[in-house]
Design a protein around this ligand. Structure first.
Ligand SMILES: C[S@@+](CC[C@H](N)C(=O)[O-])C[C@H]1O[C@@H](n2cnc3c(N)ncnc32)[C@H](O)[C@@H]1O
Length: 306
């Protein structure tokens, strides 16, 4: 791996989580360890951090980055789909704060062997966890029917040209590399503005390969389960699909009744578990975006366990 990953909305995350000495925090997407290092520093001298990542290479980077906090940091190779189980086994229940910084890191994007980047040539892999036997992006593009491919591109990439791209893929397969796929998409759709035409196709495949939205849906209720009363959750999303999912979950969990509005009386036994912090998501400043263009689409949502 090369380069570094600059954590997005760094101070807003620390403020949102109300990090304090002695607290017990879970960074469920520890990545390069940038936010985690901030949490450990702000919770000095005795705060503790449990870091999870699906990617063994990310965990290794985090281990090196956090080595000066050895004894206060525990790193576990796991998906946040198993948050409760990992938190329990690591004696992190209940937690004072949980962070999810979704998507992929600059380190993963910079490594051509991982297959995330259309600007670099590499195998069409895209698995966050290469030790996992799940399908690679190559397996999906080379095996799905044109209809299945078009639906995947439309659903996870919100790609308007999904059908045309799917047909071109099927006509040219087998495809093995990121450059092959990116060049093919470039032939099918013309570039408008600064966004590369293959951006949505790559996003869609990455979401599908890693079942990202399903995993997020499974994880969100578990965050509520692991938090102590007054504990905070902070979630950073980078595209509208994940932010929508987070927003709906938080809205539902902040209500005492979730009955359909047409019902005259409440029949659900739902009780609010969260209090929303801030009416709108926190967005990066222009200065942050200028210094770290990856921050451009980030949205941070924060809530507190009741
Ligand atoms: C944006 S990066 C996090 C960067 C980190 N906040 C930092 O400051 O360095 C997202 C990380 O989440 C990891 N990830 C994605 N899906 C995951 C999942 N289901 N469970 C655990 N980690 C996941 C990725 O491997 C990646 O390392």
């Amino acid at each position: 791996m090369r380069g570094t990953h600059v954590p997005v909305l760094f101070q807003a995350v620390l403020d949102g989580l109300q990090v304090r000495p002695g607290g017990r925090y879970i960074d469920a997407t520890v990545g390069g360890g940038g936010h985690a290092a901030g949490i450990l520093a702000a919770s000095s001298p005795d705060g503790r951090l449990l870091g999870l990542d699906r990617d063994p290479a990310a965990l290794e980077t985090a281990r090196i980055r956090l080595s000066s906090y050895a004894g206060r940091a525990v790193l576990v190779h796991s998906s946040f789909a198993h948050l409760v189980e990992v938190a329990r086994a690591s004696h992190f229940l209940p937690a004072d704060g949980v962070l999810l910084d979704l998507g992929l890191s600059s380190l993963q994007l910079a490594d051509p062997t991982r297959g995330f980047a259309f600007m670099k040539d590499g195998p069409l892999d895209m698995r966050f966890d290469p030790t996992h036997s799940g399908p690679t992006a190559a397996a999906l593009v080379n095996s799905l029917s044109p209809e299945e491919l078009a639906s995947l591109l439309f659903r996870y990439g919100e790609e308007r040209h999904a059908r045309r791209i799917a047909e071109a893929i099927v006509a040219s397969r087998p495809l093995h590399t990121t450059r092959e796929l990116a060049a093919l998409v470039e032939q099918v759709i013309t570039r408008r503005g600064r966004i590369h035409p293959a951006t949505r196709t790559f996003q869609a495949l990455r979401i599908a390969v890693n079942a990202e939205l399903d995993t997020l849906e499974v994880a969100l209720p578990q965050i509520v389960d692991v938090l102590a009363p007054g504990g905070r959750l902070a979630v950073i999303g980078f595209h509208s699909l994940e932010d929508r999912l987070v927003k709906r979950f938080l809205r539902r969990e902040s209500r005492d009744c979730v009955c359909p509005p047409e019902l005259p009386v409440c029949t659900c036994d739902h009780r609010a578990t969260l209090r929303l912090i801030g009416r709108k998501p926190v967005r990066p400043s222009d200065d942050e975006i200028a210094a770290n263009p990856r921050a451009r689409s980030a949205r941070l949502r924060v809530a507190e366990r009741i």
